[in-house]
Design a protein around this ligand. Structure first.
Ligand code: HEC
Length: 477
């Protein structure tokens, strides 16, 4: 019947759901980058040590590796599983959809991940007892396996923005490989690889400073690990390549939206600072870098990663999958249907503290908010609806919510009935008024007719003009 599935959605109080998952995601991505780049760095250092190019290298490999293993295995595993845990509470449909469509890709990713963990643990446990050849082989296995886990997940993540020849969500058949090797696949894969090398190199400099070595020994190791910063020079080109593969409307959002520009600025600015320091200080002048400075640069790399991830998440709005799944977890066909039957008519899940609301209308409003707004808004915490719209007149609230996609192009169109919309407006008014014990029911025919007229006038298509880009097929919209 073209209705979306309903899931029991959790409420994180003042923390916006997007922020909960975004914040955790950024932390997890940074750790993953560290683990991947760490593999490459260790291979390089092991080779330097074995060929006599760097005397302190072997000691570093055994020391640094312990840090890589501890941080990336333990915290990485905790945050990785936490990603699933939060995804299924915040956006179960999106993650479910991605699992469904890319089932075997996830499975392949897992095999590489297992290899990464096993080889890493074996090196941790037996590394010092192994022959040189075995050490190098084991490290290479670790590095290759961890890079491939990036390779596989990257295809799914870049598909979210550029579905490519996978096609539209409504189509009868989909090409998994067409979706996997989408337009954004290679620029983001190479970009992330270089990011991983950068993060590992900077983190290595922090660790080198903690090692019991003399100044000359430290400087030598630092200069060697700075070699992994050299590929940063390709970042501007890769960034431009990636933006070129984006759907044109997403690119327009990126450059027209002040918040997006701020995050982009964060990513680019921090990367430029690291790049300049790396080039002039570490590579050309072969300078020594102390612990605090190395830590500062690592923090900058974290800021750059955070900015980049925010941009990646942001430019997709109002979709979580550009192939046709809105951030609100319904498709276009379902949206059209929800306008007829109501967005929460079939939502079986009870409200938390349902008795706290004085009327059924307000309970309806709370359900509409939960289903339709809570993924990006809270009432009075982050991106709070009460702050944004609490002081508006009732008709301003009705008009702007009825025409959500016009109010802000990154919001999906409103998918519900005039009664639901009025219930939401009353809920916002009731809450802005301090949640009094009694609240009159608003069911004036003329008001509902006016809301219907506004809904009809704006239609159900997204506010952004969906322009074909990067081979993204938007057929059916
Ligand atoms: C895909 C995420 C998303 C969804 C879903 C969403 N919004 Fe928004 N909304 C935003 C963002 C981001 C802003 C911008 C906030 C800002 O400008 O600070 C915004 C702004 C607003 C504003 C202020 C507009 C203005 O011109 O100042 C209102 C009102 C609003 N949203 C109401 C809603 C309501 C009601 C719902 C649910 C029916 C909803 N939004 C669903 C992301 C979303």
């Amino acid at each position: 019947m073209d209705l979306p599935p309903y899931y029991p959605i959790n409420d994180f109080g003042p923390a916006m759901k997007g922020i909960v998952i975004g914040g955790l995601g950024i932390f997890h991505v940074f750790l993953a980058m560290f683990a991947i780049g760490g593999g490459m760095l260790l291979c390089y250092f092991e080779w330097l040590g074995q060929t006599g190019r760097c005397p302190g290298a072997k000691k570093f490999v055994d020391g640094y590796f312990k840090a890589v293993v501890l941080v990336s295995f333990i915290v990485g595993a905790i945050t990785g599983v936490a990603m699933w845990f939060t995804s299924i509470q915040v956006s179960p449909r999106t993650i479910g959809f991605m699992v469904h469509e890319f089932h075997w890709i996830w499975a392949i990713e897992w095999t590489f991940f297992s290899l990464e963990i096993s080889s890493g643990y074996l090196f941790y446990r037996y590394g010092p007892k192994l022959t040189d050849v075995a050490r190098l082989r084991l490290l290479a296995t670790y590095a290759i396996a961890s890079w491939f886990s990036l390779f596989w997940i990257n295809g799914i993540l870049s598909w979210q923005l550029t579905p490519g020849s996978w096609g539209d969500i409504g189509a009868d058949t989909h090409s998994v490989w067409g979706g996997f090797f989408n337009a954004g696949f290679f620029p983001s894969l190479i970009f992330r690889t270089i990011t991983a090398m950068t993060v590992a190199s900077l983190a290595a400099m922090v660790i080198i400073n903690l090692m019991p070595l003399d100044r000359a020994g430290k400087t030598d190791l630092i200069n060697k690990s700075a070699h992994l910063l050299a590929p940063m020079i390709a970042m501007p080109v890769l960034g431009a390549w990636w933006t070129a593969t984006m759907p044109a409307d997403a690119r327009a959002t990126l450059f027209a939206n002040i918040v997006m520009l701020m995050f982009l600025g964060m990513a680019v600015g921090s990367s430029v600072l690291i790049g300049l320091y790396a080039y002039f200080g570490l590579i050309r002048q072969r300078m020594y870098i102390n612990g605090p400075t190395a830590t500062l640069l690592t923090v900058l790399a974290f800021v750059a990663t955070a900015g980049g991830e925010f941009v990646r998440e942001g430019v997709r709005k109002p979709f979580t999958a550009r192939a046709g799944l809105y951030s609100t977890s319904f498709t276009q066909v379902e949206l059209d249907r929800l306008r007829q039957v109501g967005c929460v008519t079939n939502d079986p899940y009870p409200l938390q503290n349902a008795d706290a609301y004085p009327s059924d209308q307000l309970r309806l409003g709370a359900k509409v908010f939960r289903f339709h707004c809570s993924v990006c808004h809270t009432y009075d915490g982050a991106n709070a609806v009460l702050h944004l719209a609490g002081s508006w007149t009732p008709d301003q609230q009705r008009l702007n919510i009825a025409q959500l996609q016009r109010t802000k192009t990154f919001m999906p169109p409103f998918g519900g009935t005039p009664e639901e919309l009025e219930a939401l407006v009353q809920l916002i008014r009731w809450k802005s008024d301090g949640s009094p014990e009694a609240w009159p029911v608003s069911d004036d025919e003329a008001t509902l007719a006016q809301i219907q007229a506004w809904l009809d006038e704006v239609g159900t298509r997204p506010g952004i003009e969906l322009i074909h880009g990067g081979g993204a097929a938007e057929g059916g919209h």
